[in-house]
Each structure stands twice: as C-alpha cells, then as structure tokens.
Design a protein around this ligand. Structure first.
Ligand code: FAD
Length: 425
C-alpha cells in the first residue's frame, strides 16, 4: 500500500493478513494449480475464523464495517498467494454486496452471516454458454408457480460450481420487457437441485471448482428472490463494483516483481549483474512505476466509492478504468518478469510462469476489457455531452480566425445520422 493511505489501524490489519497469508501451506497452492483440489474449503474456513472475509459489511453480520481502501489492501496481500484465492476472498465481497444491500433480514441471517464466517460458500452465476458480455441477453428463466419460482437454464464458468453451497443466479422473470427490466436475482442453494455438468480445465487460476451448472425445473422458494422481481439490473450494477475493483489481481504482481528484481541483482551475464543492463533495469523501473500508479488509482477509486463521490455513472467509469488498467499492468509486469529471467522464468523453478498463466484471466473475466472500454467511453460521452466545456476552451487556441476555423471544421450530415444504437451494458 502507498504510505499516504496507511494508518495505525491499517498497519495492524496488514500484519494480521500477512500472518494469515504466511500460514497458508505451500502444498495447497501446488495442489490447486495441479487440479488436485477442486475447491479449498479449509482455506475459506480459516479466513472466516480469522474474521478476514467480508470486511466491509456491518459487524452485526460478522464484518468489520471497514471501507474499500481496506478491502483493496487486504485483497492485495492475499494476491501474493494466487489469483484463485484472491477470487475466493473477493466472492464474499461481491455476493455479500448483493445480500447486504438488497437482502432482507432473514436472507442476511441465513446467507450473509455464514459466508462472512467462512461457514458457507457462495458462487455467482451470471455467464451463460450463449455469452457473458451480453449479460442482459440471459436466457435462464424463472417462472412463478405458487410459492416457488421454477428455474430452467444453464450458466457457464461459475467459480464454485463445484464447492459452493449456494449461487446468486440471474434469470428472466419478465420476458419481452426491456432487457434491464427483465431479470431477477435469486439465491439458489445447491441442494435445491443444481446440477454440475463440467468442471473446466483452465490455463491457470485453478482449484476453484469453475464449472458449467444446470437448472432443470429447480424449485426456488419465493423467499429466495433477492430484492424486487424484475429489478435484477439494480443488483447487477451494484455487484459489479466489488467484482471489477477486486478482479485485477494486480497487487500480487508486486511479489513477482520482487522475485525478478532480486534475481537480476544476482544473475550474471558477460561478467556483469544483469540488473546493470538497461534492458533489464528499465523493465524493473517501468513495472514498479506502473504498479505504483495502479495502487494510487485503486485507492483513489476505493475512496471515491467509500465517500459516495460523483454519480453512479462516474463511479462506474472509474471502476471500469481501474479494471482495464490493473489487469493490463498485471499482465505486463508478469511478462516483463519472465523476460528478465531468461529461460528459467519459463520453468516451474520460479512461480513466474504460474503468474503469467494467472494474469491472462483477469483481462477476460468480470466483463472483458473490451466491454470495460465500451462502458468507459459510454459514461464519458454521457458526461461530456451533457456539460459545457470546463474553464478555458483550448479548441480555439489555433492561428486561424474563428471564421476560417469554422469554415474548415466540416462534419457531414451523413456522419451525424450514422450513430448506431449502443449495446445494453
Ligand atoms: C476461469 C473463469 C472464471 C469465471 N468465473 C465466473 C463466475 O464465477 N461467474 C460468472 O458468471 N462468470 C464467470 N466467468 C465468465 C466471464 O466473466 C466471461 O467469460 C466474460 O464475461 C466473457 O464472456 P464470454 O466468455 O461469453 O465471451 P463473449 O461474450 O462471447 O465475448 C467474446 C469476445 O467478443 C468480445 N465482445 C463481445 N461483445 C462485444 C461488444 N459489444 N463490443 C466489443 N467486444 C465485444 C469480447 O470482448 C470477447 O473478446 C469466468 C470465466 C472464466 C474463464
């Protein structure tokens, strides 16, 4: 964490989390990466016992009532372990957000409290085989019959598909309505009849039971509807804040940089430490600069949300920018680390190759970086076109008269009319 954000309380929390991270057996990480473990229940139980899950939620439900800056710091320390374990940490923050903001008391008692305590495990099932980017095009249906909703459909790539006790599932309850008014969110317990079809073989980020799950006439009691019927979009937008802030995994990249920096300080070529070569030490300098920039931005975004600054659209833009920047930097830092190591970096002698495999995923999940860019420009245009230019209008700082400039500034009518309908994001 950047010193400017550090407080005495955070120092203590940091020590607590470092202590937990140090205690995690190396074998767990190896076994998860080797797909020998489908889901690390003991890790979750231990994190819960230490009261390190769901930190932002009220003490009444077992949280610590902390803010985003703390959550980001802790996710960063857990990031030293693996992206897989950071993802399991983040899922409590993500599903917990939906339960905390939209759940009723009974739902918070039954589901939020135990996931914070590490006694129950939650997955989120948004993505369908037909496509994850077009979230509002979901085809899983929930039909009301008496006191139940009958769910039919399937979801893909669900972390905890194997392992989770319940899933937050979005399904169509209002077919034919506008996409944002068609979905509802449900808490679906595995034992209500969720089928696991296929656990995926992944390039990295293994050991979290990522699977395809099926709902075939699954009877979900009406009390498991989260929030209001057909108002799933509100929950989705709220959940996407923790989902995208915590999906980067970039903080773990600092540990990778340290490995490569120390290696470059010892390894010799042509009689010199390789850190004396500009190709190597500039990569280290650039990685560090990027990581510090991402940290500063991450904490600034966290504080913006903690303090409720700006509109929902403004916050959504910042969160999406952070997701793109952090995931890109993680990928670049991991690859630069590998370049610094030469051939040994490509082997399993150092955990660099695992980091490279893991760093590829965050650019894809929780909304691909393409989708993040769609959101960023969309929110930016909304803001830009709704306001006057702030302060000086630098567009007229040119050596042409206003008349000459106006004559040259040609925007054809056809261009104006070609604006296409934007996708629903
Ligand atoms: C290991 C793993 C774990 C995951 N965990 C979960 C989970 O726990 N829960 C869950 O619900 N999901 C999960 N996901 C799903 C993940 O969020 C999706 O894979 C992701 O959102 C992309 O969806 P898709 O794979 O269907 O790709 P598609 O939506 O088919 O996209 C394919 C390509 O088209 C591009 N594209 C699509 N639409 C547009 C557009 N309008 N403009 C520009 N480009 C576009 C995309 O950027 C991408 O490059 C996980 C995925 C993986 C691989």
């Amino acid at each position: 964490m950047l010193e400017v954000f550090m407080t005495e309380e955070r120092k203590k929390l940091k020590e607590e989390v470092e202590d937990f991270v140090k205690s995690v057996p190396r074998q767990l990480i190896m076994d998860m990466d080797a797909d020998k473990i489908t889901f690390p229940k003991e890790w979750v139980v231990e994190a819960g016992k230490r009261n390190l899950l769901g930190l932002r939620f009220p003490p009444k439900y077992g949280g610590r009532g902390l803010g985003w800056v703390d959550d980001i710091m802790v996710a960063g320390i857990i990031g030293k372990l693996t992206v897989s374990l950071t993802c399991l940490y983040a899922l409590v923050s993500i599903v917990g957000e939906a339960l905390n903001v939209f759940g009723n008391e009974a739902q918070k008692e039954k589901y939020l409290k135990p996931i914070i305590a590490g006694k129950m495990w939650a997955g989120e099932a948004l993505t369908e085989p037909r496509g994850g980017s077009d979230f509002f095009g979901a085809t899983t249906t929930a039909k009301k019959e008496g006191n139940y909703y009958i769910l039919n459909g399937q979801k893909r790539f669900t972390v905890g598909g194997e392992g989770a006790d319940f899933f937050l599932v979005y399904a169509v309850t209002n077919p034919g309505a506008a996409p944002r008014d068609s979905l509802s969110a449900f808490i679906v317990e595995r034992d209500m009849g969720v089928d696991v079809k296929h656990v995926y073989g992944l390039m990295g980020v293994r050991g979290t039971g990522t699977a395809r799950i099926y709902f075939r006439d699954v009877k979900v009691p009406e009390e498991n509807l989260l929030g209001e019927e057909n108002a799933g979009s509100k929950i989705f937008y709220k959940m996407m804040v923790p989902e995208r802030i915590l999906s980067g995994g970039v903080a773990g990249a600092r540990a990778i940089l340290e490995i490569t920096a120390k290696y470059a300080n010892k390894r010799k070529a042509f009689g010199f430490n390789i850190r004396t070569f500009e190709a190597v030490n500039f990569r280290i300098a650039e990685s560090l600069t990027k990581l510090d920039a991402v940290s500063a931005f991450a904490y600034a975004v966290g504080k913006t949300i903690d303090d409720g600054i700006g509109t929902a659209g403004y916050q959504r833009r910042l969160v999406s920018e952070l997701k793109v920047l952090a995931t890109k930097v993680f990928w670049e830092v991991a690859n630069d680390a590998m370049d610094n190591m030469g051939g040994i970096g490509y082997t399993n002698v150092y955990p660099i190759e695992r980091a490279v495999r893991e760093a590829r995923l965050p650019m894809i999940w929780t909304g691909t970086n393409d989708i993040m860019k769609l959101i960023i420009q969309h929110e930016y245009y909304k803001e830009l076109l709704a306001r006057e230019i702030e302060g000086r209008d630098v567009e007229s700082d040119v050596p042409l008269s206003e008349e000459e400039a106006t004559e040259e500034k040609v925007y054809t009518d056809a261009d104006q009319e070609k604006a296409q309908a934007a996708p629903v994001l």
